[in-house]
Design a protein around this ligand. Sequence first.
Ligand code: MFK
Ligand code: FAD
Length: 504
Amino acid sequence: VETLFQEQPETGNQYLEDALLRSYLKTHLPPKVLEEVNQDLERFGNRLLTKIKPLGWECELNPPVFRQYDAWGQRVDQIVTCSAWRRMKEIAAEEGLIAEAYERRYSSWSRLHQAVKLYLFSSFSGGFSCPLAMTDGAAKVIESLGFPVSLKSAFDHLTSRDPKKFWTSGQWMTERRGGSDVANGTETVARKQPDGTYRLYGFKWFTSAADSDVTLTLARVADAEGKWPQGSSGLSLFFLKVRDEEGKLNSIQVQRLKDKLGTRQMATAELWLDGAKAELISAEGRGVASISNMLNITRIHNVICAVASMRRMISLSREYARRRVAFGKCLKDHPLHMQTIARMEVQTRGAFLLFMEIVRLLGLVETNMASEQDQLLLRLLIPVAKLYTGKQASAVVVEAMESFGGQGYMEDTGLPVIVRDTLVLSIWEGTTNILSLDVLRSLTKSQGQVMAVFLSAVQKKLELASSTMKLEPAVKQMRDAISSLVQFTRAAGSKGAATMELAA
Ligand code: MFK
Ligand code: FAD
């Protein structure tokens, strides 16, 4: 039989099969929380396997289509999504994939619980992780603005567990002249109306999950002389509903859907805003600072998806190695092949623990339990983790594809889908170099404190490790290096940004 077929790798409940995840939860969660979370994740793992996974594949096979005109020549600009995609939205609500983080029934651990569910969901979501990331980001912005009365209802929709009530949000930042340089590239203007609302005019060049209910976007508000202020301080943040009660677009025209390498399950559109009714939700000129609260959440989601893609490919690869025979024995019995898989496994475990640390810190910040050090560490780790895991995942999934030989390259195995969808993780939500500059921004803004906090956290972990393992010489070397780095960044911090760049 073995000469005839190569068997399809099959995996089971991805929660039960993830030993590292389970041992992390066991060692970190309080017993009562662990009991409930464990039950929920086991149940969710089964639902993913039996119901959600086939839906995700359906989304891949039935990507959204754009219908610009109806049969009678009327412009309708309809983005037609498949029923599986719409079902994903209902499931996301039922599972509380956003709600969990804001209800906080497990205090600081609720964020981690939500993040783990998103992590398990990611590889089977048929691209629905994308709107969920932006929805979480929008809820976070509303929370960080102190729940303005006008946004209370939107917050309830974004964090609802009721599929009929649940809304998703977009994040329309990128314009033709600038996706990285949003501050100078944004041409969209906001004209104030007598009733205090605004009308937006401009062109948004990338808008993902364009079937979303609401969105956050940036535009320029005219100054007292009627001029449009340029640069970052000319940008303000707006909230808008994409369609009205009858489903008609809010003075928005869909130019076309993007023809993408991956993430084909979800619609990324080019949109003309031709007087879209919107509400100003930040102070004038504070658009970038306000939307940063969204960016920091969506960048964490990016980390979640990066780690999930690596985990998924390796799980399949390990499973395949148990079945596929070459040169008279299973791949798992070829040391060289196993070394390749082991290297990927180590990278994925490291990335997983970094992801856990970030959501643990976020949970503390959100429940006012974080120290100043925790807050600084979180500010630093988000761009570092986004840029690092984005690049790392792209490399790991390509390596993992090779571990299936020629089958890895075959479209109907589903493996190329994972590869394509992973490659975007280093581009959207800020490219690698833009995030490197964000690391520098966090250094400069904190006068070097973020680095001092980071290095002393590393030192503590090393000391902990050296008490259980024989690492004294290495630890001593690292300790010396760390204390001179701490001194250097402190000194650089007091001398300003240019020296800080050197320190970074
Ligand atoms: C599946 C998971 C992912 C789902 C993906 C969904 C689909 C994809 C969606 C997208 O791709 S959305 C578009 C993402 N776009 C970006 O990520 C933009 C990349 N560019 C940057 O990040 C630039 O660094 C940035 C636009 C933020 C630079 O803007 P500025 O205005 O030139 O920066 P400036 O003047 O340094 O900062 C303005 C303020 O924002 C400052 O606050 P203050 O005025 O109070 O000092 C900064 O401290 C603050 N700020 C900027 N970045 C921050 C931040 N604060 C906290 N965290 C940050 N990361
Ligand atoms: P550019 O800014 O032109 O960058 C080009 C290159 O120059 C990059 O390598 C970049 O790293 C480098 N670069 C630029 N500035 C610097 C600098 N100062 N120093 C060093 N290097 C620099 N955007 C949204 O707002 N909403 C969405 O929903 C959305 N969905 C997307 C979906 C997909 C599938 C993709 C691919 C993109 C999406 N984007 C979305 C856009 C995405 O966020 C941008 O493409 C990204 O931020 C990069 O911007 P850009 O394309 O303008 O590239």
